[in-house]
Design a protein around this ligand. Structure first.
Ligand SMILES: Cc1cc2nc3c(=O)[nH]c(=O)nc-3n(C[C@H](O)[C@H](O)[C@H](O)COP(=O)(O)O)c2cc1C
Length: 338
């Protein structure tokens, strides 16, 4: 008899940008899409209660044609609720549905969702099964190596085996454990050591599973080296700190799916201007709108001036300050290339 795990859904995405609360909103994603057409993007984690009882349009509204492919990440642990929200996500056009089994936030201590689910693989399996029955798009899971004292390779492997049986189409493993008490979410992203070898081993021992590695990875060279061991690489903070690394990913990691050549940094910034004007009309604040391009020039001369324009000058002069900053960076670029 064939199990759901035998039929993997979905395209191959060797690189993705991690779901990040208060970061990977629609504004950030549009900006990233200017740099890479193929990289898989994620929403922030959206709790099922927000979609069932809250402002659904606000949580899920996006510029689908431009932003896709994008996965909707859900936070929840009730099979009926996550299935309902998966359906809602598909109605909004999201390309994949992902379940968060990695976030060690305070609500997790109540056992409601996130990393605490590492201790309840059967619940995760029921959620995946329900979502898979509800939608045709890939259903994926993002999880940790372990939590608290459930942190051996064997513990993780057991979790993955049970959830794979339910038909999860991709396992994205944040390669460090989380301490549910004692460490803040931020500390849980830095203090527990990274254990890449456990993720490599998972792929080695289960070659039929689609395994993505995450945690402390940044830059094309690092991505390429992890891809020798696993199917895909997810980058989080590295993209916040240096988003321009995405330029060139399409050509390097998606060679079979031609994409336009990447823009220069200032071309990308200029391409964002019409979006900024439109979003301002919708009432969005500068800090939120400019979170993406803030570090666009990371590591190149003029980066500090650029950041200052986007974080300070813009409050006074609005879009005009951004336009001035782009012109200044264009001049630098043309001096360098010309
Ligand atoms: C600001 C911030 C917000 C995050 N929010 C989420 C989230 O909503 N869902 C999730 O699964 N992980 C979340 N994470 C964890 C990241 O997805 C990722 O697993 C983690 O940062 C490790 O990857 P990195 O070292 O490449 O950043 C968040 C991380 C950061 C820095």
């Amino acid at each position: 008899m064939s199990s759901p795990a035998d039929v993997r859904r979905g395209a191959d995405y060797p690189v993705s940008v991690a779901p990040m609360m208060d970061t990977t909103d629609r504004f950030f994603r549009v900006f990233l899409r200017l740099l890479s057409k193929r990289t898989l993007l994620y929403t922030e984690m959206i709790p099922v209660t927000t979609l069932i009882h809250g402002d659904r349009a606000r949580a899920l509204g996006w510029d689908r044609e431009f932003e896709q492919p994008c996965a909707l990440q859900l936070g929840g642990d009730d099979p009926a609720q996550v299935a309902e929200c998966a359906r809602i996500g598909v109605d909004y056009g999201y390309d994949e549905i992902n379940l968060n089994v990695g976030c060690p936030s305070s609500r997790v201590k109540e056992g409601s969702f996130g990393a605490s689910l590492m201790a309840r693989p059967e619940v995760v399996a029921r959620c995946v099964e329900a979502m898979r029955a509800a939608v045709e798009v890939p259903v994926t899971v993002k999880h940790r190596i372990g939590i608290d004292d459930i942190d051996s390779y064997e513990d993780m492997e057991r979790f993955v085996r049970i959830v794979a049986e339910a038909g999860a189409d991709r396992f994205t493993v944040h390669a460090r454990k989380a301490w549910l008490s004692g460490l803040s979410p931020k500390e849980n992203r830095t203090i527990p050591p990274l254990r890449y070898e456990d993720v490599y081993r998972l792929k080695r021992e289960h070659p039929q599973l689609y395994v993505e590695i995450n945690g402390g990875i940044s830059g094309a060279e690092a991505v390429a080296s992890h891809l020798e061991h696993v199917d895909a690489v997810m980058i989080g903070r590295g993209v916040i700190n240096d988003p321009y690394q995405l330029a060139g990913f399409d050509q390097r990691f998606y060679p079979g799916r031609p994409a336009p050549p990447p823009p220069s940094r200032s071309e990308a910034a200029r391409a964002l201007l019409p979006w900024l004007a439109r979003w301002r009309e919708l009432g969005a604040g500068w800090q939120v709108l400019l979170r993406g391009p803030l570090n666009l020039f990371a590591g190149v001369p003029g980066a500090r001036r650029w950041r200052q324009a986007l974080s300070v000058d813009v409050r006074q002069d609005g879009v005009a300050a951004v336009e001035r900053a782009i012109a200044a960076m264009e001049e630098r670029e043309s001096r360098l290339t010309g």
